[in-house]
Design a protein around this ligand. Structure first.
Ligand code: FCB
Length: 513
């Protein structure tokens, strides 16, 4: 353990917010010029957010709802995947998850108690259209309608992510996202939602982290449907870009109040060396991972993600697709969790051994590339401390990312659609959950976000991932990201100390609470 980590851990061994806050100072003493947190504790306490800044929390249908086959819901690709032996840690499923389908009122009451002003939730396509096309399951619509009403009654803005990775299995059986027909099926689904809920929802994001579900699902096979072909990934990603454009129009046609943005997964990327090739590889990473689903919407064209020409043929690109994809978004939403260090790949190009998030490091081949067309080698550095999911904590990254996207897209309105950390803390003997490392994590990152705002970025919202501990995809229940602890046997909820702290931050609109 290096000196900084030792200091941080020693401080965190104590308890209480004061110690958690002091650890900020420990974390800012870094080596090699990259300063994890560029401002000292005294200054983080002075961090200010614009009046009306929107504090919120996020979740996703498959991770929290449960009720996987209730009230006419169809099977989704994640139901199929989690019901297949060997796919999810511990053999877990989300059949029940947090049972939010039946407990949404209790969860919304927690949001209200914690002074939240936005809840980012997602809709299960198979709950609304059990086979992905055609007939609507009214009970599915009614459920989301009840959720929206309960949120509004609690004074909370409903932020609807239409698709957070769970595809009706019937559509997976028809080829899944590489099948171009899914673009118009998705637009139909989006239109149904906007027609039924668009009188009350004003904030829509068509897709959560499109690079992740297309790449992990079709490029490397870590997510359903478990395919591993770079060409399938290229096709899936292109369908999703078309779907984003078509859905944008369908939503706007059905609801005059609608604003449409995004919920992209992004990581600021830093070149491993100052060499020209590493800097070029870093730019390709940014294009492939951060803006591959943004540039087509804003400008109608793909960013330069490939060493050679964009492989239009392999993508299934047709003349006129630029016009379908181009839908200048009303605001840009993206998540920040950690950073990446990127270099030019050497050695054999292999579709690398990537798992979700933290394991996206060297892969098998030492410095092999993810694929032959981008030739990027991606590492997750370990200079900062790691969360219990193995992600490096790098608060400075949110400043770099937000200011970079602001510059590149002409100072758009930005929402941070997710940020969070996995720590496994549970209730102590008094029943409290003193997860002070989570407090320190958000505190540091929010201070850096405030600095980006002070430097001119138009950030209007921040969503903590997540309201409750939940089903963490292929990691099952082995990771906990919630600000509320869930006992998955009894479904008892206990707001963690981080939730209480974040509630005070939301109420005061500042960090020194
Ligand atoms: C994001 C996902 C979310 C959750 C968090 C930890 O990538 O959008 O569903 O898994 O990571």
């Amino acid at each position: 353990m290096d000196r900084r980590n030792f200091l941080r851990n020693s401080l965190l061994a104590g308890s209480g917010a004061l110690l958690a806050r002091r650890s900020l100072a420990a974390n800012s003493a870094s080596s090699e010029g990259q300063v994890p947190s560029a401002i000292a504790t005294a200054q983080t306490d002075k961090a200010r957010f614009p009046s009306g800044f929107v504090w919120g929390m996020a979740s996703a249908a498959y991770q929290v709802e449960g009720a996987w086959n209730v009230d006419g819901k169809g099977e989704s690709n994640w139901d199929r995947f989690s019901h297949t032996m060997g796919k999810i840690k511990g053999g877990a499923t989300a059949d029940v998850a947090c049972d939010q389908y039946h407990r949404y009122k209790e969860d919304i009451a927690i949001l209200k108690r914690l002074s939240q002003k936005s809840y980012r939730f997602s809709t299960s396509w198979a709950r609304v259209q059990p086979s992905g096309t055609g007939a609507v399951n009214q009970k599915g619509i009614d459920y989301y309608s009840r959720v929206v009403d309960a949120l509004l009654e609690a004074g909370i803005r409903p932020f609807c992510t239409i698709y957070h990775w769970d595809l009706p299995q019937a559509l997976e059986d028809r080829g899944g996202w590489p099948n171009r027909d899914l673009a118009s099926y998705f637009a139909d689904f989006a239109g149904i939602l906007a027609k039924n809920l668009g009188d009350r929802i004003t904030v829509w994001a068509p897709f959560n982290m499109p690079w992740t579900f297309t790449y992990y699902g079709y490029g490397v096979g870590a997510f359903p449907p478990g395919k591993a072909s770079f060409e399938q990934f290229l096709k899936a990603a292109h369908t999703v870009n078309l779907a984003q454009g078509e859905a944008f129009r369908a939503i706007k046609a059905a609801s005059s109040k609608a604003t449409v943005g995004s919920a992209l997964g992004m990581a600021p990327a830093y070149p491993k060396t100052d060499s020209e090739v590493d800097r070029a590889a870093t730019a390709r990473y940014h294009a492939m991972n951060n803006t591959y689903f943004l540039n087509p919407a804003m400008h109608g064209e793909y960013p330069k993600a490939f060493v050679d020409e964009t492989p239009y043929e392999a993508m299934g690109y047709k003349p006129g697709d630029d016009k379908i994809m181009k839908v200048p978004l009303d605001w840009l939403g993206f998540h920040y969790y950690t950073r990446r260090v990127v270099s030019q790949a050497v050695g054999n190009a292999v579709a690398g051994n990537a798992g979700h998030f933290g394991t996206e490091t060297e892969g098998e081949g030492g410095s092999a590339s993810r694929d032959p067309l981008t030739q990027i080698h991606v590492e997750m550095p370990t200079e900062g401390s790691l969360t219990e999911a193995g992600l490096e904590i790098w608060p400075r990254g949110i400043y770099d990312l937000v200011t970079q996207i602001s510059r590149e897209y002409n100072h758009p309105i930005i929402e941070i659609s997710e940020n969070g950390c996995c720590y496994l803390d549970g209730p102590d003997e008094t029943g409290r959950v003193p997860d002070i490392r989570r407090i320190a994590f958000h505190h540091e990152i929010l201070a850096e976000l405030a600095r980006a705002i002070a430097d001119g970025a138009k950030v209007r919202a921040y969503h903590a991932w997540s309201l409750v501990d939940n089903f963490e995809w292929s990691d099952g229940y082995t990771q906990r990201y919630g600000m509320t602890y869930v006992d998955f046997r009894s479904q008892k909820r206990t707001v963690k100390d981080s939730g209480l702290w974040y509630g005070r931050v939301a109420a005061a609109n500042r960090l020194d609470v």
